[in-house]
Design a protein around this ligand. Structure first.
Ligand code: CTP
Ligand code: MG
Length: 382
């Protein structure tokens, strides 16, 4: 059996009245990304590659398209309606020839990719709707309009349902076309149309961000899940025998100073930083990544190595928090250009870099003036 074609509709057109931010809810920042971007990252993590439709407020279509293209690569963006139901209907018009359709609230920003996969698998296996649900922990009372308790509902028969909800596409399209009332989830219209649907295990992370408290909880969860890594790197180069060799240290040229020997420009500060960054990220070291036989790097200055290292880290999901480097040697006199070096390196890495320098009291190869060394530490988060 070939796998069914899957579409995911992400509804993000609500205003977020209960959240009370000055932006529509899906465009509110959460740990440095929008709520919509988090939701799309989960979709991007699915085992299948679905067709993705984002339903957005009419005045934010361009923003929605930018994040859709960045996170998923392709898909459709369509303006929503006045209700969630109208927004889903707008999205359904763009699912093309998909056989299984998932409808997901952007507001459930932390719903894991595995939950999407579980729903797709259940629809494929049963040929019927699949709705993630959580057991209800509280005792539930039925009350009258005045609040007087009438009875207790047996919570074992209840499920608090979430999204993504998945359905055979033809069933959901027909159910929407025939909709005779307004509902708050898609499974209600499927039931109205007389189709079965089943609850599959939900995920606590698929909670809906509704109020400011929920947004705060999502921030905390992301903060706790973030990973911090430290790395160390050192580098040493001997002064060159060639009196005309220029000196490059910390991505700056030092006119009038004796140069260093090395395959590239011999910049020990830049090379120690690269090793610290690669080590923190678990990506190996400068020799392995840049290879001394690679002609692209022969004579290259530190900026080439630092920019490429930054790109590799970003690709692997790492963010550079800061870098600290110490240069060891008698010359050049570093202090007068420290601010310049810090600025150039910080710009190259997009993170604060601080360089200091020290001598070794006349001891060792640095004390004898035979060469320079540098030690760097780097802190990354993901
Ligand atoms: N939604 C939508 N179009 C609407 C209303 C809601 O696409 N006209 C989407 C929301 O963007 C959200 C999901 O449906 O991702 C669930 O709705 P809800 O949490 O109620 O979001 P809002 O309607 O934006 O919030 P509120 O009810 O507090 O205004
Ligand atoms: Mg709403």
């Amino acid at each position: 059996m070939t796998a069914r074609r899957v579409a995911v509709i992400v509804v993000a057109a609500g205003s977020g009245t209960r959240l009370g931010a000055d932006l529509p809810k899906a465009f509110v920042p959460l740990a440095g990304r929008t709520i919509l971007e988090h939701a799309l990252h989960s979709v991007a993590g699915m085992a299948r590659t679905p067709h993705v439709v984002v339903v957005a407020p009419g005045h934010l279509l361009a923003e929605a398209r930018t994040v859709l293209e960045r996170v998923i690569g392709s898909g459709d963006v369509v303006p929503g309606g006045a209700t969630r139901q109208a927004s889903v209907a707008a999205g359904l018009a763009l699912i093309g020839d998909a056989e299984i359709v998932l409808v997901h609230d952007a507001a459930r920003a932390l719903a894991p990719a595995e939950l999407f996969d579980r729903v797709v698998d259940a629809v494929e296996r049963t040929g019927a709707g699949a709705v993630p649900g959580m057991p209800v922990a509280d005792t539930i009372k039925r009350t009258d309009a005045s609040g007087a308790i009438l009875d207790t509902v047996d919570r074992d028969t209840l499920a608090a349902v979430q999204t993504p909800q998945g359905f055979p596409a033809d069933q959901l399209i027909a159910a929407y076309a025939a909709a005779g009332r307004s509902v708050t989830d898609d499974a209600q219209l499927i039931a109205d149309a007389g189709h079965p649907a089943h609850v599959v295990p939900g995920d606590p992370l698929a909670f809906k961000i509704t109020t400011a408290w929920d947004l705060h909880r999502a921030e905390e969860l992301l903060r706790e899940a973030s990973v911090t890594r430290i790395g160390v790197g050192t580098d040493t180069h001997a002064f060159s025998d060639d009196p005309a060799a220029p000196l490059w240290v910390a991505c700056l040229e030092w006119p009038g100073e004796r140069g260093l020997s090395g395959h590239s420009d011999g910049d020990p500060v830049a090379h120690a930083i690269v090793d610290a960054l690669l080590s923190a990220a678990g990506l190996g070291d400068i020799g392995g990544v840049f290879g001394t036989s690679d002609l692209r790097f022969a004579g290259a200055h530190g900026d080439v190595f630092l920019s490429e290292t930054r790109r590799l880290l970003t690709e692997a999901g790492w963010r550079i928090e800061n870098v600290s480097v110490q240069l060891i040697g008698n010359r050049p006199r570093f202090a007068p250009r420290k601010a310049e070096a810090d600025a150039v390196l910080s710009e190259l890495l997009g993170a604060p870099v601080a360089v200091t320098a020290t001598t070794t009291d006349g001891l060792g190869f640095t004390g004898r003036g035979e060469g320079l060394a540098a030690i760097a530490t780097a802190l990354l988060t993901r």
